[in-house]
Ligand binder design. Structure first.
Ligand code: UDP
Ligand code: MG
Length: 337
């Protein structure tokens, strides 16, 4: 593994410039959120533990059962009898972002990898991740190569989501990058120090910064079952992201109000002059009704935009924990003699 040609990303060149030699990996944790993935676990875990054992002298897999209703919990319990496999059972379904946070909190390794349990994220890529980390990258994230499997509608939505999200900020959320990534301990620490309840992870990864390297990959087919993210959930996730990382919608609302007020003023002036100069009667029941409905609609939409932010402020100030752990199983870092 060490003999592989050194990758030449800017993060790695920067590390070389600072005079840092290749880093030595002593321990690696892999966090795997699972929601109703019993069949997938059976296939993933043998492959994953074999891959991890090749990478570092100490390794662990942290399975997070996100309130599954199938046999996931039972399978997880069985697997945690093996050294190196730990299990966290959340008390109900808290969502992937919370499950990931729970796993990160528990992970003990010098670097932490996160991957899905449905075999869409291949353990074969971990070797590349670690190679980049050795060369100096603090974050190595997988970027999906193509979205041909997705509908044009979804791709358009994704495109606009990133356009809107990345409009103004000093940091950019790279499109196509997900939770499949490796992070150095200091990055994990920075992530866990963020106090917010709204864990829009893609945004948080970008917010903490650090030297990151992208690795293109093509996700495999889901092995068993189907995706848990339906269009409705995607929209809700997108709203989480937009409200957590932008305030421009609030400004857009004031801008819209200003423009409309100006237009209304102009139209009013035009009608008055028309009446005073040419004696034309003020006509148009239709104009009144249409403009009334238009303005009522715009007001409600604006109220909705403000409401999205207010709702999220409410979520934050309640200060509830992100998740509740019901059971903890297994032992941590396994040392292969
Ligand atoms: N997942 C989770 N909690 C949830 C939904 C999903 O822990 O409420 C996990 C799921 O078990 C899988 C990963 O998140 O390991 C990604 O889920 P999925 O494959 O459904 O999403 P997609 O690949 O379609 O984005
Ligand atoms: Mg999946």
């Amino acid at each position: 593994q060490e003999s592989a040609a050194p990758p030449g990303s800017s993060a790695e060149v920067a590390a070389a410039d600072r005079g840092e030699g290749p880093r030595t990996l002593t321990s690696i944790s892999c966090v795997v959120p699972c929601y109703n993935e019993a069949d997938n676990l059976e296939r993933l875990l043998p492959r994953l533990s074999a891959a991890l054992a090749m990478l570092a002298p100490q390794w662990e897999i942290v399975l997070v059962d996100d309130g599954s209703t199938d046999a996931t919990s039972a399978r997880m319990t069985q697997w945690t009898r093996q050294p190196g496999v730990r299990g966290l059972q959340l008390s109900r379904n808290f969502g992937k972002e919370a499950a990931l946070t729970a796993g990160l909190q528990a992970a003990a390794g010098q670097v932490v990898v996160m991957m899905d349990s449905d075999l869409q994220h291949s353990p074969a890529l971990l070797d590349t991740f670690v190679r980049h980390w050795r060369a100096g990258a603090d974050v190595v994230y997988a970027v999906r190569e193509h979205r041909e499997d997705e509908s044009g509608f979804k791709r358009l939505g994704v495109y606009w989501f990133y356009r809107l999200l990345n409009g103004a900020d000093r940091f950019e959320v790279p499109p196509g990058a997900g939770d499949f990534r490796l992070m150095d301990r200091k990055v994990v620490k920075a992530l866990l120090a963020l106090p917010e309840r709204n864990r829009f992870m893609k945004g948080l990864y970008a917010w903490v910064g650090f030297e990151a390297v992208a690795v293109p990959y093509v996700p495999d087919e889901r092995a068993h079952g189907q995706s848990h993210f339906n269009p409705l959930r995607m929209v809700s996730l997108a709203l989480d992201g937009l409200t957590a990382f932008t305030v421009w919608p609030l400004r857009a609302v004031s801008g819209l109000g200003f423009v409309l007020a100006l237009a209304a003023f102009g139209y009013g002036a035009y009608l008055s002059l028309d009446y005073l100069l040419y004696g034309h009667d003020v006509s148009g029941w239709t104009t009144i009704v249409v403009s009334l409905m238009l303005f009522a609609g715009i007001q409600l939409v604006s109220l909705g935009v403000v409401g999205e932010y207010v709702g999220r402020i409410y979520e934050e100030v309640k200060r509830r924990p992100l998740y509740v752990v019901q059971r903890e199983l297994g032992q941590g870092l396994r040392e292969d003699a």
